[in-house]
Ligand binder design. Structure first.
Ligand code: KIV
Ligand code: ZN
Length: 515
C-alpha cells in the first residue's frame, strides 16, 4: 500500500499588504509592528510587509518590520519596473531573509485596459525584470495577476519565462475571486504539468473571497500540489477579503487525514492574533466567523450542550484551547502589585516602553476599582488599547451628559488640548452624538462618522466595553478605540483617539507643505 507522506504547506501572510490595502483597514507603523510580532509568534513562513513604491509609509514599514522579524522571510511587493525593485531592495536591506514579490497581470482584460500592453510586451517585461531582480535577490516570487481569467497557453508562457529568468516561487492569484474549487483544483494540476521545472519552484495560490470561496479554493489547490498559501488574519483584504489564515491552517490540521499536509503555524496564537488585527484595524469579526468568531465554540441548543458535557467530541472537531481561547480566570486583582503586572506582560510577550507600562498599570488599578473580577481578556484589551494610541493632542478630562427621553441630550466636555483645558457644550441625538459634536467643536474639525461599534470584551454587567470609531476626512480613514466599563466614556475615548490620529496627520502634512 502506498504510504502518504505529510507535506508541508508554507503560510505566506499578507495581512500587512493586501489586508492593509482594503478601505478602513489602514494601520500605522506601531500597529503594523504589533501585527508583525504576532505573525512571528504564529510562526508564519513569509510576512508580506508592504509595497515599497506605493508610499513613503509603506517603504518605512517594510524597513522597520525587516529589523524586528528574525525567523520569517519578509517580502516586499513590486511592479516590473527597476525603480520599484530598487526601492524594495533598499527597504528590505535589514531583513534576515528578504523576498521580492513581483507581479504583473496576464489576463486579456487587464493587459488591454489596465496595463495597455501587448502580450509580447508583458512577456519581455517579465524576462527583463526578473533577470534584473535576480542581480539583487535570490528569493523571487512571481505572481500572474488575474491568472484565473488568463488564456491558459499565455499564462504558461508567462510563468515559464519567470522561472527561466530566476523566479523561485510561482504564485497563482484568483485576483477577483472568480474561480470555484473543482475548477481551481484542475487548473493547479494542469499548471504543474506544464511548468518547465515544477520541482525547482514552490507553487503558491492567492485567493480572494468575492464568492465566499477563498478558503475552499486554496484548499482545493493544496490537494492538487500547491505548497504555499497566501492569506490574511480574519480574512481581511480587498473587497470581500483574502483567504483567512485561521481557516486554512485549521482545515489542514483537523483534516490532515484527507490533505496529508500541514503548516508550521503555532495554532495557540490564532485567537490572540485575530484580536490584535481586529483591534488595530477596527474591523470587527462577525460572530459566526469560523475559528475566531465569538460564537465559533458556543453550544446553544440543549441537545448539543448535553452531548458536549458527555463527550466534547460530539460537537467539537477541534478544541477552543488549541486555537488559543483561554479559560477566563482571575489572574491579577486589586491587590496585585506592579511586579506581578510586569510579570504578566513579560510572560505574554507584550513589548511596551517603561512609560507605557506605568500608564497601563494605572489603568489596571482604575479598572480594579470598577470591576469585580479581572480576567486575562481584560488585560489583553488594556494592552492592545494602549499600544494602538498614537500621538495624543487631546485628552479627556471630564464630561457631564444630560439625557432623557423627553429632552434633547446635552454634553459638556472638558478636554486638555495640547496641555490647555478647553470646555465646550453640544446638543445631539442621544448622549453619544452630543459628545461627538462637543469634541468636534473643541478640535475644530467635522469629520464624517464612517463606522461606530460598541461591544463587550467579557461577560457580565460590569464588563469592559470597547468602542470602535472610524472617521472619514478628506477621503482618508482614521480609527479610534476606547475602553471603559461605561460605554459612553468608551465612545468618547474612541472618538478622541481617532481625532488625535487625524490631527497628527494633518499637522504633519501642514509642516511638509510649508517646506
Ligand atoms: O490579488 C492579487 O492578484 C494580488 C497580487 C498582487 C498577488 O494581490
Ligand atoms: Zn490580492
Amino acid at each position: 500500500e502506498k504510504f502518504a507522506m505529510t507535506e508541508t504547506v508554507k503560510i505566506f501572510d499578507t495581512t500587512l499588504r493586501d489586508g492593509e490595502q482594503s478601505p478602513g483597514c489602514t494601520m500605522n507603523l506601531k500597529e503594523k509592528l504589533q501585527v508583525a510580532r504576532q505573525l512571528e509568534k504564529l510562526n508564519a513562513d513569509i510576512i508580506e510587509a508592504g509595497f515599497a513604491a506605493s508610499s513613503k509609509g509603506d517603504f518605512t514599514s517594510i524597513e522597520e518590520i525587516s529589523k524586528i522579524v528574525t525567523n520569517a522571510t519578509v517580502a516586499g511587493l513590486s511592479r516590473l519596473v527597476e525603480n520599484d525593485i530598487d526601492l524594495s531592495f533598499d527597504a528590505l536591506k535589514n531583513a534576515q531573509n528578504p523576498r521580492l514579490h513581483l507581479f504583473i497581470a496576464t489576463s486579456p482584460i487587464h493587459m488591454r485596459y489596465k496595463l495597455k500592453m501587448s502580450p509580447d510586451e508583458v512577456l519581455s517585461s517579465i524576462e527583463n525584470s526578473v533577470k534584473y531582480a535576480k542581480t539583487k535577490f535570490s528569493d523571487i516570487e512571481f505572481s500572474a495577476e488575474d491568472a484565473t481569467r488568463s488564456e491558459f497557453d499565455f499564462l504558461i508562457r508567462a510563468l515559464n519565462t519567470a522561472i527561466k529568468a530566476g523566479a523561485t516561487t510561482i504564485n497563482i492569484p484568483d485576483t477577483v475571486g472568480y474561480s470555484t474549487p473543482l475548477e481551481f483544483s484542475a487548473f493547479i494540476s494542469k499548471i504543474l504539468e506544464n511548468l518547465v521545472s515544477p520541482e525547482k519552484i514552490t507553487l503558491s495560490v492567492h485567493c480572494h473571497n468575492d464568492l465566499g470561496l477563498a478558503t475552499a479554493n486554496s484548499l482545493a489547490a493544496v490537494k492538487s500540489g500547491a505548497r504555499q498559501v497566501e492569506c490574511t488574519i480574519n480574512g481581511i483584504g480587498e473587497r470581500a477579503g483574502n483567504a483567512a489564515m485561521e481557516e486554512i491552517v485549521m482545515a489542514l490540521n483537523v483534516r490532515n487525514n484527507f490533505y496529508n499536509a500541514k503548516t508550521g503555524i503555532n495554532t495557540q496564537f490564532i485567537v490572540p492574533s485575530s484580536r490584535t488585527v481586529s483591534a488595530v484595524t477596527g474591523s470587527v469579526v462577525q460572530p459566526n466567523k469560523a475559528i475566531v468568531g465569538k460564537n465559533a465554540f458556543l453550544h446553544e441548543a440543549g441537545i448539543h450542550q448535553h452531548g458536549v458535557m458527555e463527550n466534547k467530541a460530539t460537537y467539537e472537531i477541534m478544541t477552543p484551547e488549541e486555537v488559543g481561547y483561554k479559560e477566563q480566570q482571575l489572574i491579577l486583582g486589586k491587590h496585585s502589585g506592579r511586579h506581578a503586572f510586569e510579570n504578566w506582560l513579560t510572560e505574554n510577550n507584550h513589548v511596551v516602553t517603561k512609560e507605557e507600562e506605568k500608564e497601563l498599570f494605572k489603568k489596571f488599578k482604575q479598572l480594579c476599582d470598577k470591576k469585580k473580577t479581572i480576567t486575562e481578556r481584560d488585560l489583553e484589551a488594556l494592552v492592545q488599547n494602549k499600544i494602538s494610541v498614537g500621538e495624543e493632542k487631546y485628552k479627556l478630562k471630564r464630561f457631564v451628559i444630560n439625557v432623557g427621553n423627553t429632552i434633547t441630550s446635552t454634553a459638556v466636555l472638558t478636554v486638555s488640548a495640547g496641555g490647555k483645558d478647553v470646555e465646550d457644550v453640544a446638543i445631539g441625538d442621544g448622549p453619544v452624538d452630543a459628545s461627538f459634536k462637543a469634541i468636534e467643536k473643541i478640535a475644530g474639525v467635522t469629520p464624517e462618522l464612517d463606522d461606530y461599534n460598541i461591544r463587550s470584551i467579557t461577560q457580565g454587567v460590569d464588563s469592559l466595553g470597547e468602542a470602535l470609531v472610524r472617521l472619514k476626512y478628506n477621503g482618508r480613514y482614521f480609527k479610534g478605540r476606547g475602553l471603559s466599563t461605561d460605554v459612553i466614556e468608551a465612545s468618547i475615548f474612541a472618538y478622541i483617539d481617532a481625532v488625535n490620529k487625524l490631527e497628527a496627520v494633518i499637522s504633519k502634512e501642514g509642516t511638509e507643505n510649508e517646506n
